[in-house]
Ligand binder design. Structure first.
Ligand code: XMP
Length: 498
């Protein structure tokens, strides 16, 4: 009983993830045995099928580092100068997996009130004190929230409250990650500053780093390139200046480029793909966004190494309302996936992911990877500072087509400038603090693995075979069925934020 995708998605309706529900299959393996390893683009393989969106409130180097560390991949946004974007790629490429990506550092004369601001803004609980606050300066001491919580005078200098370097247990650049982890665990402290032979700070290791490594999704080892560096992607536009940008990003070691547009079926993308495939053949080029088979076919025939699928399904998108174009995301993923498989090119389901069930649906309907903005926004690794709004700790999250983001220059994604009038295709707002993605991702991935187990598929390849052979059956949920499938009839309850 039930219907194949082929039948369900050819009836003149478009559906989104919540509209459809899969029927369970036969289980003969444990959820931990599910293998979600996949390709992001023609030549890039990752073990965790999640990538972070190139949005200026989602992915800069800190997010890209964290994504690659848990086995996924981050795509740097390009609402910044070429030089800054290149700098972010370099930061990802020079990061040592397993350590804090960008530790907080201050000088000894900074005050506690300055420290309070920094810790609140970045969601950290400690700061390394170096000479003059230089990023790789001589280490002088460490201040954690425990050192300062009962100090009333917030004009006190850090030099007066810090644990001085002589009393700290230190890690060393000459030690392996495992050796530094052992030092940290044996000394029973919370943080281990890492120094080189000259006593200069080179990094920081925390218990949270160790926990994150141990809690990584099974087989979710860091995603590394051929040189053993963390994988990193970046978005660009299709203007002439973006050709130079692509060359510079490639020079800094970027592994894949996304051509960032809400409607990718354009002569601009076709020309850009041809240019990049000629000039930088080692670089994978992901084109899009697309939602139909015709759009997909044109970009694939031009040589795209991957496609990004979705139009108007993002949590901050207003494209469907403003421009009247787009498609329900479940239908878009299924339809584009069919064509992409003919070309043996992977697709990224972009937008509309709110929980692990949506990840299962995206992958089972033909996607190779899910791209998230909202789910990763508000996390410690997302750009921007935390602040309080109506009693909640929040960070900003905004659409790249929002007026707010376009003020900074992101309008090329939406081809939105007509004279001086900018038309918004997204909104700007706030989202709650969701903690580190190093906790979110293992949770989502394990949820997704349980979904695969329920479907009776122990890998992405298997689920795609079932899809193609009509062996995965499904139905559309009525409004009442969707209501029943959600939480109901509770007086109160607690829910994880994703
Ligand atoms: P989620 O649902 O994960 O979606 O928050 C993120 C995706 O949304 C797209 N995006 C936009 N779409 N107007 C739009 O119509 C916008 O301003 C906008 N900003 C981002 C983008 O594909 C992203 O990955």
């Amino acid at each position: 009983d039930g219907y194949s995708a082929e039948v369900l998605f050819n009836q003149g309706f478009c559906y989104t993830y919540d509209d459809v529900i899969f029927h369970p299959g036969f289980i003969d393996f444990a959820a931990d045995q599910v293998d979600l390893s996949t390709r992001v683009s023609r030549n890039i393989t990752i073990r965790t099928p999640l990538v972070s969106s190139p949005m200026d409130t989602v992915t800069e180097s800190e997010m890209a580092v964290a994504m690659a560390e848990v086995g996924g991949m981050g795509f740097l946004h390009y609402n910044m100068t070429m030089e800054s974007q290149v700098e972010h790629v370099k930061r990802v490429k020079s990061h040592n997996p397993g350590y804090v990506a960008n530790p907080a550092i201050m000088g000894p004369s900074a005050t506690l009130s300055e420290l309070d601001k920094l810790l609140t803004a970045r969601g950290f609980t400690s700061v390394c004190v170096t000479e003059d606050g230089a990023s790789e300066g001589t280490l002088l001491g460490l201040v954690t929230t425990r050192d300062i919580e009962f100090v009333r005078d917030r004009t006190t200098a850090l030099s007066e409250v810090m644990t001085t370097v002589g009393k700290l247990v230190l890690g060393s650049t000459d030690m392996t990650l495992q050796e530094n982890e052992t030092t940290l665990l044996e000394c029973k402290r919370g943080k281990l500053p890492i120094v080189n032979r000259h006593g200069c700070l080179t990094g920081l290791l925390t218990r949270a780093n160790v926990k994150a490594r141990l809690n990584r999704p099974a087989a979710g080892a860091p995603a590394l390139d051929n040189h053993g560096k963390l994988l990193c992607g970046a978005a660009i536009g299709t203007r002439d200046t973006d050709r130079v940008r692509a060359q510079q990003l490639f020079g800094a070691g970027v592994n894949a480029i996304i051509l960032d547009s809400s409607q990718g079926d354009s002569v601009y993308q076709l020309e850009m793909i041809k240019f990049l495939k000629n000039e930088l053949p080692q670089l994978d080029v992901i084109a899009g966004n697309v939602v139909t088979q015709q759009q997909a076919r044109r970009l694939l025939e031009a040589g795209a190494d991957g496609l990004r699928v979705g139009m108007g399904s993002g949590s901050i998108c207003t494209t469907q309302e403003v421009c009247a174009v787009g498609r329900g995301q479940a239908t878009a993923v299924y339809k584009v996936g069919q064509v992409a498989r003919e070309f043996d090119v992977p697709i990224i389901a972009d937008g509309g992911i709110q929980n692990s069930g949506h990840i299962v649906k995206a992958l089972a309907l033909g996607a190779n990877v899910a791209m998230c903005g909202s789910v990763f926004s508000g996390s410690t690794e997302a750009p921007g500072q935390y602040f309080y709004q109506d009693g909640a700790r929040v960070k900003k999250y905004r659409g790249m087509g929002s007026l707010d983001a376009m003020k900074k220059g992101s309008d090329s994604r939406y081809l939105s400038e007509s004279g001086h009038l900018k038309i918004a295709q997204g909104v700007s707002g706030t989202v709650r603090d969701k903690g580190s993605i190093k906790s979110t991702i293992p949770y989502l991935i394990h949820g997704a693995k349980q979904g695969f187990q329920d479907l009776g598929a122990d890998s992405l390849e298997k689920v795609h075979q079932m899809l193609a052979n009509g062996l995965m059956t499904m139905e559309v949920r009525t409004n009442a069925a969707q209501k029943e499938g959600g939480i109901h009839d509770m007086h109160s309850y607690t829910k994880v934020p994703w």
